[in-house]
Ligand binder design. Sequence first.
Ligand SMILES: NCc1[nH]cc(CCC(=O)O)c1CC(=O)O
Length: 321
Amino acid sequence: MSPTVSSPPRTIRIASRKSQLALVQTYWVQEQLQKHFPGRTFEVHTMSTQGDKILDVALAKIGDKGLFTKELEVGMLNNETDFAVHSLKDLPTRLPQGLVLGCVTARENPADALVVHEKHKDKQLDTLPEGAVIGTSSLRRLAQLRHHFPHLAFKDIRGNLNTRLGKLDAGEYDALILAVAGLERLGMSDRIHQVIPSEVSLHAVGQGALGIECRAEDSEIIEILQVIQHQPTAYRCYAERAFLRELEGGCQVPIGVNTHLDGDTLTLTGMVASLDGQRLIKDTITGAASDAEQIGIQLAQRLRQQGAKAILDEIFAQIQR
Ligand SMILES: NCc1[nH]cc(CCC(=O)O)c1CC(=O)O
């Protein structure tokens, strides 16, 4: 008799924020993995991040470097959890030493949506009245909409999706700009009044996809995560993230992208805008999907030569004041 000792597979601990959107996303990941690995136990560990706690300061002022991810990262590095589920959009392009982007899931519609107050239900972005107040805390949305619709006014808004919609319905704003993906995941597609076309507003890097972060050394977890990796989305997001990484300097900036994958050909469009919407620099580059990161880096360099650097330097100086 051979004394084979087979220990049961380790329980896998998933880290998540506590917001409703974060939990919907995390439970989806848990369910997919549970289906693929019925013999395993996947448990969810929730925690609050700095971004969930500081609700009274404009995001652009605090800078968004890891605001929604840091506490989850510390937990993984301390071996308290094994991987963290994030909205890829909230995951910084440079990760702490020892952690990697283990997987990117299939993307939902990455576009932004216009959500209006009842009284504007027959309006679109271009027909909202002069001075209509649009709620957004994203400099990217602000700059692009100002560029195309100078008749609109903008006001910062924070809080989770339900809080924001409550403020809209209470009349504090005429309309909001929110990610289509977030509204869809929370079963609130009926609030999408207009999907904003990419000609008007390019979306955020990684928007609509989930990014799963784990320890670089944990090959068992990395292998498990491959069952929910969506390679076309991953190629697109690698290019988008390389573009942002190459351009960014430490805070939230008006940078938008759009990507398209046709067979093995990847097309990346990127833009940088000034906060007043007066200057908007945009270009497109195409290449092999396997060169996704190089495509992102090249586009960033090209935009910088076309004037993006001056715009970004100005913004950093303004925000630090
Ligand atoms: N910064 C908040 C955030 N992070 C991810 C989403 C939406 C879902 C997604 O983009 O995947 C949102 C809300 C929004 O921008 O409206």
